[in-house]
Design a protein around this ligand. Structure first.
Ligand code: BES
Ligand code: ZN
Length: 614
């Protein structure tokens, strides 16, 4: 066939294919068949560190001649796969596991007779499943019971459930979970706070969700109500402090609803995980998972709750179709987070947080290759976690803030609310957003924001020159005091910190030069007791500055911090800073890591290992 004849044919073929027939990080043949419901039946076996049971998948076939279902899996041991009728298993199906890829796992290819509505996969997980952490009792607060929790985002659901692990696919789910008595199981689904810890649990998620929002936690958990539809689960030792810290949760829900429409998920509960949780928070629907490191005692880090709650609109309701469009999840969420903070804690606080976000973006841009500075990035063949940079979060936030400023809130707020309404329970990409923005704001209000400006945010590196930078008078006052002290014109005792918030402390520390001398660091520490502070964000920045200045006296407390906490955002940069300095810091880092590593999550280990060449 000549090229001339081939071309129109090819074009026709491409046009008839659904736009998102494949996901760059999934083996699934989404163009042929999609999972519409999952029924899980699992036993939680702490001795073997394994989930064991079966997954029933309800299938929605998309092409008449399709006979094959390809699922994602990673380190799963598959037993039998059954084609099921209405009354249970009916006949065994042929299946094969493909070659194992370090990033994407293994394709599980199932050959089916016809197009059955339901299949059953018997399987169990590996103790090393990348999406699970099994904690021995010693690694929990009480030391009485073991703990298990999942972290499925971005592509770890496949390590504990054979599934189409691609955010383009949404399904409802039910689960029956059996555990030893004395521990409570919770999932990202309807949870009845009155459940007794009797070892048998049932869950039901009636709204369709993508696989990365599948979640489970099992452990010694206590519940406290925070309001009519919100509450908190935590280990008994933490429940009091946690309930105090997150007392504003119900109000946050109300504020979000007033801006962006009804909260559509029923209850909104929080679950505080052991300190090895690798992230700050995870927006598992109806049940946000949290690091205990946000419990500062003074509610100063609750923007994180606002953030995870905001995902109930951006991310969980309107979902990025694949990880190349991650900014649609995190940029929108960071913007909404800031609006919640403003409504609850005032403009001064929201502005400070936005300035911190813009500054950390600039710091990260300095280290990132230009192509990874676009909002839309190309993660083909790469770990989707590589997309988890300040670009998606802070550059995304900044674009929305700029749009808000250009169009005014009277136009922008209803626009965003419509975006969530119109895209509810759908998976979308950046082109969907561009079309919507043009139709709803740019075309009806010409001259306020141009196509070139939009293009610069989405497809060019850096921050566009027209970006509106936030000013904070509070921070200018902090800067002035710091500069005076550094210049020797203000004594350390003269620094006026009585009314400083955590955000002002972060600003103060962030602006310190890297070459402070030992005497200066001692002065600060003597007066402000920074080493060993219970505020994890402040402690983190202080330790970074102290490491860069080669200040050894922090070591015992830094050691404790790195052993007690497994949040990747804190521990990874600290090990990196230590490693950068070479000996003797490298030796210190290695010895700390040897103590800490057994308590770290697989995700954190995978990030730190290469830094210390393990
Ligand atoms: N969804 C993210 C966490 C995530 C992203 C996990 C990508 C795995 C892959 C969550 O909403 C989040 O952004 N958490 C932040 C806190 C937030 C306040 C910036 C975190 O964990 O640091
Ligand atoms: Zn987020």
């Amino acid at each position: 066939m000549t090229m001339l004849r081939l071309f129109p044919l090819l074009a026709l073929l491409l046009m008839t294919l659904p736009v998102h027939a494949r996901d760059p990080h999934s083996y699934a043949n989404l163009d042929q068949v999609r999972v519409s419901h999952l029924n899980l039946d699992l036993l939680v076996d702490f001795e073997r560190e394994q989930l064991r049971g079966f997954a029933d998948l309800t299938l929605d076939w998309r092409q008449p001649d399709a006979r094959t279902l390809v699922l994602d899996s990673r380190e799963l041991s598959i037993g039998q796969i059954w084609v099921t009728g209405s009354d249970g298993p009916w006949r065994a199906a042929q299946w094969a596991l493909g070659e194992s890829d370090p990033l994407f796992g293994q394709a599980l290819t199932i050959e089916l007779p016809g197009q059955p509505k339901r299949i059953r996969i018997e399987y169990h997980t590996a103790p090393t499943a990348s999406g699970l952490q099994w904690l021995a009792p010693e690694l929990t607060a009480s030391g009485r019971h073991p703990f298990l929790f999942s972290q499925s985002q971005a592509i770890h659901a496949r390590s504990w459930i054979p599934i189409q692990d691609a955010p383009a696919v949404r399904f409802t789910y039910d689960a029956q979970i059996r555990t030893p008595a004395g521990v409570l199981a919770r999932m990202s689904a309807a949870n009845d706070p009155r459940d007794a810890a009797d070892g048998r649990y049932r869950f039901s998620m009636t709204q369709p969700i993508p696989s990365y929002l599948l979640a489970i936690a099992v452990g010694e958990l206590e519940f406290r109500s925070l309001g009519a539809r919100s509450g908190i689960y935590a280990e008994p030792a933490l429940i009091e402090a946690a309930a105090h810290e997150f007392a504003d949760t119900e109000q946050m829900i109300e504020v979000s609803e007033s801006l962006y429409g009804p909260y559509r998920w029923g209850r909104y509960d929080l679950l505080v995980l052991p300190a090895s949780f690798p992230f700050g928070g995870m927006e598992n629907p109806r049940l946000t998972f949290l690091t205990p490191t946000v419990i500062a005692g003074d509610r100063s880090l609750v923007a994180l709750i606002a953030h995870e709650l905001a995902h109930s609109w951006s991310g969980n309701l309107v979902t990025n179709v694949d990880w190349n469009h991650f900014w649609l999840n995190e940029g929108f969420t960071s913007y909404v987070e800031n609006r919640i903070v403003e409504a609850l804690y005032g403009k001064r606080r929201a502005d400070m947080e936005r300035v911190l976000s813009q500054r950390s973006l600039h710091q990260e841009l300095a280290e990132l290759p230009p192509v990874d500075q676009h909002l839309v990035i190309d993660l083909h063949g790469r770990d989707p976690d590589d997309g988890m940079s300040a670009v998606a979060y802070d550059k995304g936030h900044w674009l929305l803030h700029t749009l808000e400023q250009r169009f005014g809130r009277e136009l922008f707020d209803p626009f965003l609310r419509n975006w969530f309404d119109r895209g509810a329970f759908a998976s979308v990409d950046t082109d969907d957003f561009v079309r919507f923005l043009r139709a709803e704001l740019m075309d009806p209000h010409p001259g306020r924001f141009s196509a070139e400006e939009l293009n610069a945010w989405l497809y060019q590196p850096g921050v566009p020159a027209h970006a509106i930078a936030t000013r904070s008078e509070a921070f200018e006052a902090v800067d002035a005091q710091r500069d005076h002290w550094l210049a020797g014109t203000l004594a350390v005792d003269g620094i006026e910190v009585a009314d400083w918030s955590t955000q002002e402390w972060l600003r103060f520390l962030d602006g310190l030069p890297d070459d402070l001398d030992g005497a200066q660091l001692e002065q600060l520490d003597e007066r402000f007791k920074l080493t060993g502070t219970g505020n994890s964000e402040v402690a983190f920045l202080w330790y970074i500055k102290a490491i860069r200045a080669g200040h050894a006296p922090i070591r015992p407390r830094l050691n404790e911090f790195l052993v007690a906490i497994g949040r990747r955002k804190f521990v990874l940069p600290l090990y990196q800073e230590l490693a950068k300095r070479g000996e003797p810091e490298l030796e210190f880092a290695r010895s700390v890591y040897a103590q800490a590593r057994p308590g770290y999550h697989p995700i954190t280990r995978a990030s730190v290992d290469p830094v210390l060449q393990r």
